[in-house]
Design a protein around this ligand. Structure first.
Ligand code: ADP
Ligand code: MG
Length: 246
């Protein structure tokens, strides 16, 4: 299977403190891969270097073979690297489908001055994305009344409007009940399978990781100590020692 993402010797230091130390890995096309590790291991720092938020101190990032190291966030986004994000206060006053329509306008690079026409233009398309995350029945509800898990699914729909080739999800299930976590990641797994998009996610809940990830990487103090199948990682003595607590 060919790779959508390749990372070579990625390093990030902050005033001498090394947060990520020479990390190399790949993400295959159509893969759902987990990046796990204790708090402070460097997971978010890695993500920030992949999406252009932070410039790596050293190392290189390739997207489908193209070197995108140090590119700006917007550039990386346009090249097809998506990231789930929290919905802001502004969007709370809008309905579910309006949020998706706004995202579609941005994707199609339409100006907000076109809004009245665009609303009509993108409503059908927006419904398709809501269907994908099983939220079509909530299209006209204001976001302010949504349950937390539904907001998370809406975030996912919004991220998908940009047709990412690679979607990065940093702790997508944080703050959710265990059963809701499994459900959300089941939905992500279905999208990976149906649409061929690749997903790299971080997650603290091992049940979620073991249930859904195709491959798992383990980061500890800025270093990658394992990268393999669920079985390989579970049985890795170093992982058991530093991460799973023996
Ligand atoms: P994780 O997401 O795995 O919990 P982070 O990537 O957030 O870990 O952080 C890794 C380490 O880098 C932590 O020790 C954190 O304090 C440090 N760090 C992260 N961002 C900065 C920053 N902007 N300046 C200084 N240190 C940082
Ligand atoms: Mg983090």
């Amino acid at each position: 299977m060919s790779e959508i993402l390749r990372v070579e010797n990625l390093k990030k230091s902050y005033d001498g403190f090394v947060a990520v130390n020479g990390v190399s890995f790949g993400v295959a096309k159509g893969e759902l891969k987990a990046l796990i590790g204790p708090n402070g291991a460097g997971k978010s720092t890695c993500f920030n270097m992949l999406t252009g938020q932070h410039r790596p101190t050293e190392g290189e990032v390739f997207l489908d073979g193209e070197n995108i190291t140090g590119r700006k966030t917007r550039d990386v986004w346009r090249k097809g690297v998506g990231r789930t994000f929290q919905i802001t206060g502004t969007y709370q006053s809008m309905t579910v489908i309006e949020n998706v329509q706004m995202a579609l306008m941005s994707h199609h690079r339409k100006l907000f001055s076109m809004m009245p026409r665009a609303w009509k233009l993108y409503r059908d398309e927006a419904f398709e994305f809501l269907d994908t995350v099983a939220m079509a029945d909530q299209a006209d509800r204001p976001c302010s009344v949504l349950a937390y898990g539904d907001l998370k699914r809406l975030e996912l729909a919004i991220a998908l409007t940009h047709r990412p080739r690679l979607l990065l999800m940093d702790e997508p299930t944080a703050g959710m009940a265990p059963s809701a976590r499994i459900e959300l990641m089941q939905l992500v797994a279905d999208i990976v399978k149906d649409q061929g998009v690749s997903v790299l996610f971080t997650e603290h809940d091992m049940d979620v990781v073991f249930a859904h990830a195709h491959h798992i990487m383990v980061l500890n103090r800025g270093e990658l100590i394992a990268d393999g199948s669920v079985t390989e990682v579970r049985n890795n003595p170093q992982v058991q020692e530093v991460y799973l607590g023996g």
